[in-house]
Design a protein around this ligand. Structure first.
Ligand SMILES: Cc1ncc(COP(=O)(O)O)c(C=O)c1O
Length: 434
């Protein structure tokens, strides 16, 4: 039987030996001579603002993803904001957003004085429940932020059919899902436009950064205005420095683009390694009582950006507060050296900025947009709440340069904890901690 010696060990949080030795899990992203040479060439190139690497990076990312156009930004959030504005979203419009995502999947809506309306998630995929979209549409609904969470694409056939029927624009939040596919099409290339993030944790990393993606010329032009001071000429053209519309400063810089370009050359290889590692982890965890493993529905290609596991509280016989047990389990997993983490503990409607309905002061934008009755009561999103209270993730051990041996070792460590789950007493492990 595999892992026998480890499972009989005492768990580390109760004084046993950690199952994963220090230093076994290598850090992300791997840096090699390609990165060094390209970044140094940019440094020596003398063009440090929006330069030739930026231009090349946006063309290369768009080509890699199957989009006609890309615009390199300083964050994924900027690209989302640009997407909404390019799609014509403005003051008072309602925009549908999944109840569980990164905060800026929803705050980007407020950035343009529009109003986020949340839709509960589907427990199995952790993405927006596409069967609940239509019920959330109001006469003011203009767009959907279609988030592909954790490396698993949303069912875009359903989303686009609903969008067509109700004349909605679809901005894909592919910030976590570079390379995720749905029936062969890539995240960010299925809606009207999309956004990538290149923050360090992402599968394509440039430190910080992002990309707006689209096939539409008008959408590209609309996004470009917001991106660079409301101007209509790009920094590589002969600028007239005239603000034709409200603009931000969302441009990326050349050094960052050089790093991103170097990483892009390796991205397909990284994603293959990640899937192989996810398979090795899954093989260790399949059938372990108390674990609900991530799914890859028919027609999907999951990148396992986050390998998200939920704890089945019934199966482990825990009747107390689910989040309290999850926090204790997390501590036990971390003590084993697994680098287990919890990505996002709060559902979006529970976040203060939405609950208080006050982003810019004086209740703005809800008050002046006559949107005080939009309901953010977290109780309306029970599936998102259940997920948020019970999940943990294995992320970095599955990233290159780690291989299946590391993933297997981490899997054994998770099993070790779940084999002894009865010994995990949140009162003892967490004490007064909340
Ligand atoms: C789903 C999702 N949307 C948006 C973002 C925002 O990206 P950035 O941090 O590059 O602004 C992130 C990541 O941070 C994300 O995970």
């Amino acid at each position: 039987m595999h892992g026998m010696t480890l499972t009989v060990d005492k768990i580390a949080i109760l004084g046993g030996t950690p199952a994963v030795p220090d230093g076994l899990i290598k850090k992300w992203p791997p840096i090699d001579d390609t990165d060094r040479q390209m970044v140094l060439a940019s440094l020596d190139g003398g063009k440090h603002t929006f330069g030739p690497n930026c231009q090349a990076f946006q063309e290369e990312v768009a080509a890699w993803n199957g989009n006609r156009f890309g615009i390199f930004t300083n964050s994924g959030t900027a690209a989302l904001h640009m997407g909404l504005v390019a799609c014509g979203v403005g003051a008072g419009d309602h925009v549908l957003v999944p109840a569980y995502s990164w905060s800026s999947s929803a705050t980007c809506v407020i950035h343009h004085n529009a109003i986020p309306v949340f839709v509960d998630i589907d427990f199995d995929t952790i993405n927006m429940d596409v069967d609940k979209i239509e019920a959330a549409i109001t006469p003011r609904t203009k767009a959907v932020v279609a988030v592909h969470l954790h490396g698993l694409a949303l069912n875009m056939d359903k989303v686009m059919a609903i969008a067509e029927k109700h004349n909605l624009q679809v901005v894909e939040d592919a910030c976590q899902s570079h390379g995720a596919r749905f029936h062969g099409r890539k995240a960010g290339a299925m809606g009207h436009c999309g956004a990538f993030s290149f923050n360090q944790n992402k599968c394509l990393c440039s430190g910080e950064g992002g990309m707006f993606l689209t096939d539409g010329e008008a959408l590209r032009d609309g996004a470009a205005k917001l991106w660079s001071f409301g101007e209509v000429r790009t920094p590589l053209q002969d600028r007239d420095y005239h603000a034709y519309a409200l603009g931000w400063m969302y441009r990326g810089n050349d050094l960052t683009a050089a790093f991103g370009r170097a990483q892009l050359k390796k991205l397909d290889g990284y994603l293959d390694i990640q899937r192989e590692n996810a398979a090795a982890l899954r093989a260790e965890l399949e059938g372990v009582p108390g674990l609900i493993l991530p799914i890859e529905p028919e027609g999907h290609w999951h990148t396992y950006y986050n390998f998200t596991v939920r704890i089945d509280m019934n199966a482990i016989g825990w009747t107390g507060e689910p989040a309290r047990m999850r926090e204790a389990v997390l501590k036990a997993l971390q003590a084993e050296g697994t680098q287990a983490s919890v990505w996002q503990r709060f559902i979006l409607p529970a976040m203060t900025v939405f609950r208080a309905k006050n982003a810019y002061g004086k209740g703005s934008p809800w008050a002046e947009q006559d949107a005080m009755d939009v309901d953010y009561d977290p109780a309306r999103f029970p599936v998102a709440q259940r997920h948020a209270a019970t999940h943990f993730a294995i992320i970095m051990p599955l990233r290159a340069p780690n291989g299946p041996d590391v993933a297997k070792r981490v899997g054994e460590a998770v099993r070790k904890v779940f084999d002894k789950i009865g010994r995990i007493d949140p009162e003892r492990i967490l004490g007064e901690d909340k």
